[in-house]
Design a protein around this ligand. Structure first.
Ligand code: AHG
Ligand code: MN
Ligand code: MN
Length: 332
């Protein structure tokens, strides 16, 4: 009989953290139910509002955000939340010896895929709060490098509802069993293969990429006639959760790099809600994550909603990308 998520958490995390993760994942099971109802549940389509990043909000972005806020506030170990869909930090209770965690999430990742019935997901990250004096958490409490995360995970709402979770010691996967409504462990040790022949990038942006990224993709496209000496395949789902999940299962490399359309913006994806949790998961599964300048998890954040260039997945490919970036710097 596979372990249930609760059994796994009770043996791997301290009780407050275990309960916070269980509560977050429960909210995701609720989102999964809504996603399955589709048009019948009146969750499709866009709203007139925009989020803090200037993106048009989908109904499901807002519904998922509200569901996570309402559910997670009940976890006594939680001091505050921050979300891709909210301008400011959402304090729950003053930080103290019990309420000593901060939760961040991308409530609905892959919004452009909601209306077309393609896999979407939720990404979450948990940071420790600095317990000094009893006070409400502020944005400054959240601005910690990704290596500080005590847990990170994502749930894919796809043909199956799958949770991939790390508590900082390897990565486990769970499947929501519709027959019992339980999260059952379906992988004990997720491992990203070091080598791969698959890359994921939105190639429509090719003309805007920086030279090292151009060169990397050119080498992949040259296949067995080029310096890589092997043919590559390409996939792009446009839901980071689904693209990263494929990499967690069979390897690959995912890129959403800086590009020159908006030179002052570091990238499209968000450091705190997307890049950091995914990077911890990928590293814990034996892969690597590079932000174009250095290791993703070492970045000292300066803003809650800051963007970043993302290159993560199979270690051999991330190392190649790193080498090309270093070479470009050295010859500049
Ligand atoms: P979100 O739906 O949370 O805004 O995230 C969408 C992100 C990410 O999931 C995906 O990899 C990327 O945007 C797709 O971007 P393009 O549409 O530019 O390909
Ligand atoms: Mn997202
Ligand atoms: Mn989102």
């Amino acid at each position: 009989m596979p372990l249930t998520l609760d059994q796994f958490l009770n043996s791997g995390a301290e009780p407050g953290l275990a309960q916070l993760i269980a509560t977050t994942v429960d909210a995701c099971a609720g989102i999964a139910n809504l996603v399955r109802r589709g048009a019948v549940g009146e969750i499709m389509g866009a709203l007139e509002s925009e989020n803090v990043q200037g993106e048009v909000q989908k109904k499901l972005d807002v519904i998922s955000n509200d569901m996570l806020l309402a559910a997670c506030a009940k976890a006594p170990a939680l001091a505050a939340m921050a979300s891709e869909e909210m301008d400011d930090v959402h304090p729950v209770r003053p930080i103290d010896a019990e309420a000593r965690y901060l939760l961040l999430f991308d409530p609905l990742d892959g919004s452009s895929n909601i209306d077309v019935n393609v896999s979407i997901g939720t990404i979450f990250s948990i940071l420790p709060a600095k317990v000094d004096a009893a006070r409400d958490a502020t944005a400054a409490d959240f601005l910690q490098p990704g290596r500080n995360q005590v847990a990170a995970g994502y749930v894919v709402y796809g043909p199956q509802t799958t949770l991939v979770l790390t508590l900082g010691q390897g990565v486990a996967a769970f499947t929501l069993d519709p027959a019992s409504d339980q999260w059952l462990q379906t992988a004990e040790k997720v491992a990203v293969p070091r080598e791969t022949k698959e890359f994921a990038i939105n190639a429509s942006n090719m003309r805007h990429w920086a030279p090292p990224v151009q060169r990397y993709i050119d080498e992949c496209l040259a296949g067995d006639t080029g310096c890589r000496g092997k043919n590559f395949n390409m996939r792009w789902i446009a839901s980071m959760v689904a693209d990263v999940h494929r990499i967690m299962v069979r390897g690959g490399v995912f890129l959403y790099p800086w590009d020159k359309r908006e030179p002052d913006r570091a990238g499209k994806l968000r450091l705190m809600y997307e890049a950091n949790p995914m990077s911890l998961l990928v590293e814990q599964a034996g892969g690597a994550s590079f932000a174009g300048t250095g290791r993703m998890l070492d970045i000292q954040p300066t803003g809650l909603h800051q963007r970043v260039s993302v290159m993560l997945g199979s270690a051999a490919e991330v190392e190649r990308l790193q080498a090309l970036h270093e070479e470009a710097l050295a010859t500049a």
